[in-house]
Design a protein around this ligand. Structure first.
Ligand code: GLC
Length: 616
């Protein structure tokens, strides 16, 4: 599909981070002394388990990452200090001066997308869909700062966050990584997350100490693919691409985001990883982005003519650092050959390396400090610190959206009352956390992988007791003593990326268990509260009929106590916290009503963008 290209559709963006002439001079000096091999090495990012320390030195590798569910130790519950030890080892290998090589510190990146989510014991915040419902930039900025502290505690200076996708079809498995269907809300919250993670240039620790480098991802149009097909095709005019999917890049570039991750999707049939117009002409030359573009996990392999080990096209298109997690050595060798042959110009190579060095200088990597010498490195207490858990619990409270409360069952006045909590999801931390939690998919886990976390059942039990009532947990809904009210908790089984794509409908499915539980309790004449934990709005028409109250809890993370804070009243029956969350996505009225977004002419959602009830 050929479309008119007009770079003036995109704004020129003034970054909060001006170029520093002193840094530019240092880069010039480094570039002048670096060998071709050293330059090529800087453009390669390898996965930590596919490269040795000797190879980091030998191939002058510029970056490593730990993928979702990857840790320095064999399993997730490995020693916390192994992270800092690994960071020191990678650093030492990268600056080893042997054979007169140029010492350029390596940059380790990790997916800290809702807290430092690969780490056992870390505080996990609500996923972005829940943060979108809070519509609270100050809260998101605090979460970004807390996340940066946790990432720094492991010796890592770079987080692959925030996702500024604008999910427009909730069949997409990454909907929960998006703040909203509303581009302006995504822009507002994405900016706040960048400012929290990186700080601002006015902060003494901007990009250093307790702050990290952030990543605006995935450029561009990841949330706009046909049918929500992950890595699919976003088909629209250039004006719509900017209007719907570009605002998050304007706001994060203004905030001074230092890296942008290229997206797997296509625009009108052309893959973004090979899209020179969008990556270079628009993002860099027109909008003025002067950090570096990192490719996504073997994203280069999807470019026509490329392989997992060789792809001049992505570098020529504007990817500066290629995420070649496993086949990094082939990619290094092929890129070196491409430069020697001229299929990648030395000028392009120098531009990519200049950008990478610029970010490394800005982030203090050349200050000569090993990762363990940074103030928070090795401080395990940061991960589950009470301040962070309280912040996460506040975020949970503010993320909850009350869709129905008729007759008014909420808040539950628990004094002298018996509250039944039903559904195995009520005690499952993995269900609360969702994907990107300890493992990539958030599955094959139990609560022991989330020490210090609070599940919904424990939170409710404590709150009911404090109010002078009694709570009982019954996964299958059976009871001896008739309860005064029942809370039925259910949700989606965790997933990440394409594994969460829905190709059938947007109807919630759990084999009918939760609906049967609700109907049984309703038939017994017991007031019911449905609490759904999901990565997206889903059609739940029958559940809504069988429940007196219905709460969308999204994916709340480790601090499940925040749900009880809002559902359970105090000993006098007064609300302790109100519902303030409002839908950041339109809620489908039918199983096949997808996509459904504000402004669509022909669709009336069950609940519109911005909907949410509060207590009277
Ligand atoms: C994944 C995701 C990206 C993530 C990267 C590294 O495929 O698309 O968001 O940052 O790989 O884990």
């Amino acid at each position: 599909m050929t479309v008119e290209r007009d770079p003036t559709i995109w704004p020129v963006v003034e970054s909060a981070v001006p170029k520093d002439p002193e840094i530019e001079k240092k880069i010039d000096a480094l570039l002048a002394k670096m060998t071709l091999e050293e330059k090529v090495g800087q453009t390669i990012q390898a996965e930590i388990h596919s490269i040795s320390l000797e190879e980091i030195t030998k191939y002058h590798i510029g970056s490593v990452l730990n993928g979702g569910g990857s840790y320095p130790t064999k399993d997730a519950k490995g020693a916390f200090l192994s992270w800092v030890a690994a960071a020191n080892a990678f650093y030492d290998a990268s600056v080893d001066p042997k054979n007169g090589r140029t010492a350029i510190p390596i940059l380790w990146g990790t997916d800290a997308v809702h807290g430092h989510n690969n780490i056992v014991g870390a505080t996990l915040y609500p996923h972005n869909i829940g943060l979108g419902a809070t519509n609270d930039p100050d809260l998101i900025r605090e979460i970004g700062a807390a996340t940066a502290r946790a990432v720094r505690a492991t010796g890592i200076p770079w987080a692959f966050a925030p996702t500024v996708a604008v999910a427009r079809d909730e069949r997409w498995g990454r909907t929960y990584e998006s703040y909203s269907e509303d581009p302006a809300l995504v822009a507002r919250l994405g900016r706040a997350m960048v400012e929290g993670l990186q700080g601002t240039p006015a902060d003494a620790t901007f990009l250093v100490a307790d702050r990290v480098i952030a990543t605006a991802k995935h450029f561009i149009g990841d949330g706009g693919t046909l049918g929500g097909d992950d890595q699919g095709d976003t088909v629209m005019s250039e004006a719509d691409l900017f209007k719907l999917h570009g605002l998050g890049y304007v706001s994060t570039l203004e905030a001074g985001v230092q890296t942008v991750m290229a997206s797997f999707n296509s625009w009108n049939g052309d893959k973004l990883h090979g899209h020179r117009y969008l990556l270079t002409d628009v993002l860099k030359n027109r909008m003025g982005f002067d950090g570096f573009v990192v490719g996504d996990w073997n994203g280069h392999e999807q470019i026509p003519g490329c392989t997992v080990g060789s792809c001049a096209q992505v570098i020529n298109a504007g990817v500066d650092m290629v995420m070649a997690p496993i086949n990094w050595k082939d990619f290094y060798r092929s890129t070196l050959a491409h430069v020697k042959k001229g299929t990648i110009s030395e000028a392009r190579l120098d531009d990519a390396v200049r950008r990478i060095l610029r970010v490394k200088f800005r982030a203090g990597l050349f200050e000569g400090k090993r990762p363990s010498e940074h103030p928070l490195a090795g401080v395990e207490a940061v991960l589950g610190h009470a301040v962070h858990r309280d912040l996460a619990r506040r975020a949970v409270r503010q993320s909850l959206v009350l869709l129905k409360n008729e007759p008014a069952v909420l808040p539950i006045a628990a004094h002298d009352r018996h509250v039944l909590v039903v559904g195995s999801a009520a005690e499952s931390i993995p269900m609360q956390a969702g994907g990107w939690s300890v493992t990539w998919q958030g599955r094959d886990l139990d609560n022991s992988y989330f020490p210090g976390a609070t599940n919904l059942w424990s939170g409710i039990e404590a709150a009911v007791k404090a109010a002078g009532g009694k709570a009982e947990y019954s996964p299958k809904g059976s009871y001896k003593k008739r309860p005064d009210v029942a809370i039925v908790v259910f949700g989606e089984t965790p997933y990440a990326e394409f594994e969460g794509d829905r190709t059938d409908s947007i109807a919630f499915k759990d084999g009918g268990d939760s609906l049967a539980l609700l109907k049984k309790l309703q038939a017994d004449g017991i007031p019911t509260v449905a609490v759904m934990m999901s990565g997206r709005p889903m059609w739940v028409g029958d559940h809504l009929k069988a429940a007196d109250a219905f709460v969308a809890a999204w994916l709340p993370g480790t601090e499940g106590g925040g749900v009880a804070d809002v559902l359970i009243a105090d000993e006098n029956g007064a609300p302790r916290f109100d519902f303030t969350g409002r839908l950041s996505f339109s809620w489908p009225a039918r199983p096949d009503q997808m996509p459904v977004n504000a402004g669509d002419l022909d669709e009336t959602p069950a609940y519109p963008l911005g909907f949410g009830l509060s207590y009277p």
